[in-house]
Design a protein around this ligand. Structure first.
Ligand code: CA
Length: 360
């Protein structure tokens, strides 16, 4: 018996030794990939571009430098808003941005970033990772030859900077406001004149009075843009962008050519970046908010309940109208809506109830 055990062990040991010696050359001979990733962000844009660069570095280390991803900011290789096409056509293998930038091509894509009065970061993660969200997103992007992944979330944004106070829905009438997407459409119904401006143009427009109000991101990024110098009324909550998801896209053929272990590295590093970015936003926003209030004497104000109620009514109207224009939009809207209803019911007695409890 003992002798047989010994032989078995010896044989097992030999097997282990053999696989250990053959494993090393197999890795060394592994095919190398030199990929390019283009983003929609300005160079050195904190958290957004920073998170993408961290993601690329993580993968380079995990793959023992066999999968190298060179990251380019918006305009460095292709213009920021051509990221979708560049990845779709295979000019580059990867892109990073936000799905709602492609609303003109794919109206339904907006649900995979944020819709007004939609789910927050926690709800979006639940829907995408554990609900039908991510599969639905992949179905919607498949005709464009793209494989999407959630990679980053700003958390709930701020409502925006206003030169004058908003006491009623009538105060919105006639305002020129920089607010993109569905939020802009809802605001237009409330009598606002929505204006589209890139990040770099916002401060001057607000300072000169070309616009009366603007939204951007949250305290940290808004402070960096210096918006507190051009308007003093800083409204919350960001009803129009309650938990915008950032996206990583991968060209479908490039994805399929990757060995499975590299695919897993990308999935894992994207999920890690998803968490890292949300944590960064939370940590930096709370410090910036304190500074805006204490140092720059910004008035941080909540939108009046009547204004929020009316914007919510106008949001439902807007989403219905958009659903009538596009079949895929309606399909995704229905799936999103039924998930959100359950999520809201649970949230009401979990996070929301807890937030109320803290104020008692
Ligand atoms: Ca925003």
């Amino acid at each position: 018996m003992k002798r047989r055990d010994f032989i078995k062990k010896a044989a097992g040991g030999a097997l282990v030794a053999a696989s250990a010696t053959t494993a090393a050359p197999a890795i060394a001979a592994r095919k190398r990939f030199n990929w390019k990733l283009v983003t929609t962000w300005p160079p050195n844009f904190p958290i957004f571009q920073e998170g993408v660069e961290k993601f690329a570095k993580d993968i380079e280390l995990m793959s023992d430098r066999n999968l190298r991803i060179s990251v380019f900011a918006g305009g460095e290789l292709v213009p920021a808003l051509q990221t979708f096409d560049a990845v779709s056509q295979g000019t580059v293998q990867m892109g990073h941005g936000a799905a709602y930038y492609w609303a003109g091509k794919v109206p339904a894509a907006q649900f995979f970033t944020a819709v007004p009065f939609g789910m927050n970061a926690q709800g979006m993660n639940a829907w995408l990772y554990q609900g039908a969200g991510l599969n639905l997103w992949r179905d919607v992007y498949k005709p464009f030859n793209l494989m999407p992944f959630p990679m980053g979330n700003t958390g709930v944004q701020m409502g925006g900077w206003f030169r004058k106070k908003i006491n009623s829905i009538d105060d919105l009438k006639g305002l020129k406001m920089r607010i993109p997407g569905l939020g802009g459409k809802v605001m237009a119904k409330a009598g606002v004149n929505p204006v589209l401006l890139a990040g770099g143009e916002i401060y001057t427009a607000l300072e000169r009075g070309t616009i009366d109000a603007t939204e951007w991101v949250g305290p940290f990024h808004d402070q960096r843009l210096g918006l507190y110098r051009a308007a003093k009324n800083y409204y919350y909550p960001g009803w129009h962008e309650p938990g915008p998801v950032l996206e990583l896209t991968c060209n479908l053929q490039a994805w399929q050519e990757l060995p499975r272990e590299y695919q897993i590295m990308i999935e894992t590093a994207a999920a890690a970046a998803n968490t890292w970015m949300l944590a960064e936003f939370e940590a930096k926003n709370l410090l910036a908010l304190r500074e805006l209030k204490q140092k720059y004497k910004v008035e941080v104000l909540e939108f009046p309940a009547d204004v929020i109620k009316e914007l919510r009514r106008l949001t439902d109207e807007t989403l219905e109208e958009e659903a009538n224009k596009d079949k895929t939009f309606r399909q995704v809207y229905q799936a999103y809506k039924s998930y959100r209803e359950n999520n809201d019911t649970w949230n009401e007695i979990s996070e929301a109830a807890y937030a109320r409890a803290l104020k008692l």
